[in-house]
Design a protein around this ligand. Sequence first.
Ligand code: FAD
Length: 504
Amino acid sequence: MERHDPVRVVIIGGGTAGWMTAAALARLLGHACTVHLIESEQIGIVGVGEATLPQMRAFNARLGIAEADFMAWTRGTFKLGIEFRDWGKIGDSYIHPFGTFGRGRGEVDFHHYWARLRALGVPVRPLEDYSFACAMARANRFAIPASDPAAIASTFGYAYHFDATLFAPYLRALAESAGVRRTEGEVVAVARDGASGDIAQLTLRSGETVAGDLFVDCSGFRSLLLGEALGEPWQDWSHWLPADRAVAMPCRSQGELTPYTSAIAMPAGWRWRIPLQHRTGNGYVYASAFLPDDRAADALQAAIEGAPIAPPRPLRFRAGRRQRSWVNNCVAIGLASGFLEPLESTSIHLVQAAISQLVELFPARRVSPIERDEFNRLVDYEYDRIRDFLILHYHATTRRDSPFWDYVRTMPIPDSLAEKIDLFRRRGRVVKHREGVFMDASWIAVYVGQGIVPQGHDPRADAVDAADLAASLHRLHDEIRTTVAAAPLHAAHIRATCAMPDAA
Ligand SMILES: Cc1cc2nc3c(=O)[nH]c(=O)nc-3n(C[C@H](O)[C@H](O)[C@H](O)COP(=O)(O)OP(=O)(O)OC[C@H]3O[C@@H](n4cnc5c(N)ncnc54)[C@H](O)[C@@H]3O)c2cc1C
């Protein structure tokens, strides 16, 4: 049997992206590679990024991470979706759930039946009331999904909130136990091979040099290898996603522990609220063209519910990505490859998706263009779809109360998104994708939640008698209500299963 020498992987960066990559490569590729991670404690990590998507559960499971242990260590809480407040218009509130609406009947999605009854003038409840995940979120309850696919309590998934400053150290322990070597130090020079242009070695401030076959750039916004050393051009999306700043300020928790992230629209952007076991994370994401920095911090402080436990922390970013994430023998993962604002908690998902593709397409010691191009195609696809989904939230508004909302409401949008909106508005159709992060229910939640209600429906939904249909929706709502009432409160579930060590 043919045996290959292990590929020498060098990772720059010890934030969430760097340690996720290190842990995954070491655990999943075994002897196919050696992994050496370089990080600079003096530079530090971005230290935000506390809300995730359900796909993270599968990723953690692949790495052998036990949920209860991970949750306790990172002060984690469960997340059933995102509550959007004041987006379509001031006073609105809807949830983008990690779950379906109703139960499908054969090939036709539930919302077509709902749209049909509405069109007939039959009284129906808001779409959200037919989602088990939404109902559980609104009641501040949480339970693990039922295993019986016929049960209404099986129609959802869940994700995590966690303390970003605790996640990287947690992964570091896992990665080091799987054989990852770590060097503390700042990379100050990058040497490239004259003929191929590949990166050959890195020099640290101490003078130490580190050679490798494959270099993974997890250096954060600086993009030290892909952006600075290889000069890969930046694709700017700020005309569609104008937010370019955030100010973060954690506070003491108040009230019941909610099992969802909140995204509350503000005059020049929106603010996040992320409940953790020991505190609540808050931040105002805004466009500096519409709001001076000092006013953003004041606005956040005035809006948060508990006493601040740290001073306001400013962050700067740009919406967009490097044209290619993998160039020569350098793959950028995380903020080094691009950034889309955290409205739908997608950055860590993008890290995880890139790692999964890298594992699937892992090269030999010399990189082949075929693997590299396929990786770039898959990364593009993920980024473009998330970009359109984010733009939808801003564009589908009727708000006219500030220059920021006027801008996003009237800005030209990508053709790919205009087509998607049109398809839904006409007959409730959602553009189908075989894979990717946001599937039908996510798009439906945001369309309907922001006032894009289908004018027609799938003709196959006419096959059911309207009175029978109305009765079945009524029964469904009752079933959701009684099942949710039997679930424990979110805080009680955490106390029973994964409380942080000092609270147990
Ligand atoms: C305001 C905001 C809110 C966010 N919220 C979310 C969210 O809710 N959900 C989500 O999924 N994502 C969110 N993100 C994104 C998320 O924080 C990042 O995707 C994630 O933390 C990964 O960051 P990173 O590891 O790429 O970069 P960083 O954490 O910045 O790590 C970079 C690493 O590179 C090292 N480094 C840099 N230069 C050198 C050098 N010269 N030598 C050696 N080491 C070097 C640093 O020391 C550090 O270890 C948010 C981001 C922002 C800005």
